[in-house]
Design a binder for this molecule. Structure first.
Ligand code: HEM
Length: 260
């Protein structure tokens, strides 16, 4: 049992994630004197780490489909612990921002509609991640059957889109062009990997396209996804570019509450 644990990369990844969260918090505590700022930076970094873990977990399947599952077997095995770590950081972010920074449920009635919608999106996403975490054991896969387990875990794509909308509509950092650029670049890479995977899958199953057609369909699919991401800011409003509206005192109060 002991040896099995030490040969298990999931164990190391989960331990590393917990250790990293403690180290991040300790480092922030040592460098920030103000408690409110400490809370804000901690939840922001934990939110970002959750997204990074989720990104890696989502990239593994298409990479496996492209290079061959056999080549990256240990990484595929590690994927569940990477997903669980994403949930761990998402939950820590939620608890710290909701109770530590915003003041809990008693404050929700003062929130503007956009803020509430953004929190609902984040909550659904964390609920999806919670479901995936509790069903991440071999026992659950056996009980649910692999087919249904796999199908239900596709919910994470909805979770990912909701997180994107949440971060765009509420986050402070995506107002800056460099963060927008970094996010767009990462999403374009992920969309590219997913497109290759989907085209490969479709071709294997139905032999629809020849080589050249596959390239054209792939590029078109990728361009559509990237365009949708680029268009998000013009469709979904950003809370921080609105808060300057001084006629909305509630917004100004929230702003103070959020420590900005
Ligand atoms: C897996 C789920 C979630 C992830 C990955 C996530 C991630 C993030 C990220 C990356 C930011 C942007 C931080 C910044 O720009 O500095 C953010 C902002 C925020 N999130 Fe979440 N979030 C999640 C769920 C939630 C939930 C459930 C709530 C509350 C119920 C919440 C409340 C907030 C608030 C209030 C902000 C604005 C914080 C600020 O401006 O400093 N999030 N979230």
């Amino acid at each position: 049992m002991g040896n099995k644990l030490l040969a298990n990369n999931r164990f190391y990844i989960l331990s590393f994630s917990i250790l990293l969260s403690v180290m991040v918090f300790a480092w922030l505590r040592l460098t920030l004197a103000d408690n409110q700022l400490l809370i804000m930076r901690t939840q922001q970094i934990f939110g970002l780490l959750s997204i990074i873990y989720l990104y890696v977990a989502l990239a593994i399947s298409p990479v496996a489909a492209i290079v061959g599952s056999q080549r990256i077997k240990p990484i595929i095995f590690a994927r569940r612990s990477i997903g669980v770590s994403a949930f761990y950081y998402g939950l820590a972010h939620t608890v710290i921002v909701f109770w530590g920074q915003m003041g809990g449920f008693s404050q929700v009635e003062y929130l503007p509609a956009l803020f509430i919608w953004s929190l609902i999106g984040g909550t659904v996403a964390i609920a999806i991640m919670f479901y995936m975490t509790i069903t991440s054991t071999d026992w659950f896969i056996r009980v649910m059957t692999y087919r249904w387990w796999k199908l239900s875990h596709r919910l994470i794509y909805i979770g990912g889109i909701l997180i994107l909308l949440h971060v765009w509509s509420l986050g402070t950092h995506l107002v800056s062009a460099s963060w927008q650029f970094a996010l767009l670049g990462s999403l374009a890479v992920l969309a590219g990997l997913q497109t290759v995977r989907v085209v490969k899958f479709v071709n294997k199953k139905w032999q629809l396209f020849n080589r050249d057609e596959s390239v054209v369909v792939g590029i078109a699919g990728w361009a559509i996804v990237v365009t949708l991401v680029v268009l998000t800011p013009s469709v979904v409003p950003n809370y921080h570019s609105r808060h300057t509206d001084s006629s909305k005192t509630e917004t100004t109060n929230i702003h103070k509450m959020m420590g900005h």
